[in-house]
Design a binder for this molecule. Structure first.
Ligand code: AOF
Ligand code: ZN
Length: 354
């Protein structure tokens, strides 16, 4: 049987429940609604993040809280993600649903996590009526970056680049403060607030002494982990070395291999990382085909000299140019109160992968 009108409405509600949580961290956002035989809602639940109960378990708990034990017997569980079938930080939702005597499960997205998938098949084998792919596109969009990461088996990489009109990230003497305007700098803080880790090369630390924290944007949860890639030691006086000495989440990875960087970050359960430069690190990720999204801030400024925003990509002829699809363009106006501020154009791009 296809999804009933009540089940589709419950799925919309479950998507809404899931969306209350910010999209970040190792786990997807998931919502669940339990319906009884006459389509009325028994209870609702959603997942609040890694280490907390899954949406189904939360909905089952609330069902017995409000209606007593056995409340979910014969019920339909409507859930935005295929129920998990693994012991992660919590037990398998499949066991919880079977234990509660749920008769039917309607889910949206199939779980792209190979460790947790297989729940639908196990439920079917146990005699539960299972219907998948109901509002699956909406559910995937709810966890778009998480889904991409799980499908890739590595963190999604967003490269943030700030440059002049002629593609320079710094002047000939290395100075780069500030090429872009204030609104762009605040935009970068919003980007940081949405990722698990911010990654720079040692060269950027030596040249700019960045702090890399979220300060000019709202932040839910922890600061993203600050990651420095490269072999050179950080000066003890640098902001990042001092933060590390104070026990903050700063990590140096002594490698030049982007694959190794992403393996280590994946192992730390990072699903989305922001690559913030500099040119050498950006080029290494490009050459390895490990740039998934690009946010470029371009200021109406010319330098005519100085480091390019990205180092040599090994491209010698126009036919080999790296090409990107343009997804969005926005003008970030200058602060009218501040004569030293500059407007900036923000381009949102995605590398074309042939
Ligand atoms: C569900 N319902 O509400 C969520 C699911 O480490 P754990 O135990 O929290 O497991 C995390 C994995 O379980 C996650 O990667 C994803 O595959 C699935 N998440 N599954 O049935 C939920 N949050
Ligand atoms: Zn689960």
């Amino acid at each position: 049987m296809g999804a009933t009108t009540a089940e589709r409405a419950a799925m919309r509600r479950a998507l809404e429940l899931a969306a209350q949580v910010p999209a970040r961290g190792p786990n997807p956002r998931v919502g669940c609604v339990l319906l009884d035989a006459d389509d009325s809602t028994i209870s609702e639940g959603f997942h609040r993040g890694a280490g907390t109960p899954h949406a189904e378990v939360e909905a089952l708990r609330r069902a017995s809280e409000s209606r007593g034990p056995g409340a979910a017997r014969g019920a339909t569980a409507v859930v935005t993600l295929e129920p998990c079938n693994h012991h992660g930080r919590t037990g398998p939702c499949v066991d919880a649903l079977l234990g509660a005597g749920v008769a039917r499960v309607v889910h949206a997205q199939q779980d792209p996590n190979p460790a947790a998938s297989g729940g639908a098949a196990r439920l079917r084998a146990a005699g539960v009526d299972v219907l998948g792919s109901v509002l699956a596109d909406e559910a995937r969009a709810l966890n778009a970056t998480w889904s991409r990461a799980l499908e890739l088996g590595r963190p999604v990489v967003t490269w943030k680049v700030a440059s002049t009109l002629d593609g320079r990230a710094a002047a000939a003497d290395g100075t780069s403060r500030w090429i872009t305007g204030r609104a762009a700098r605040h935009g970068v803080h919003r980007l940081r607030a949405g990722v698990d880790a911010v990654v720079v090369g040692t060269g950027t630390v030596l040249a700019d002494d960045p702090d890399l924290t979220v300060r000019h944007a709202p932040l839910t949860g922890q600061q993203p982990e600050r990651v420095v890639v490269g072999l050179r030691d950080l000066p003890a006086s640098s902001r990042l070395a001092r933060a590390a000495a104070a026990g903050e989440a700063v990590m140096q990875l002594r490698t030049h291999d982007p694959h190794e960087v992403l393996d280590l970050l994946w192992y730390r359960e990072h699903r989305h990382v922001l690559l913030e430069g500099g040119p050498a690190l950006a080029a290494a990720f490009w050459r390895a085909g490990l740039v998934d999204d690009v946010v470029a801030y371009v200021a109406p400024v010319l330098l005519g000299n100085g480091a390019s925003a990205v180092a040599d990509l090994g491209i010698g002829t126009i036919a080999d140019a790296a090409r990107l699809d343009l997804l969005d363009v926005a003008v970030l106006p200058r602060d009218p109160e501040d004569p030293t501020d500059t407007p900036t154009v923000r381009l949102t791009l995605r590398p074309r992968k042939e």
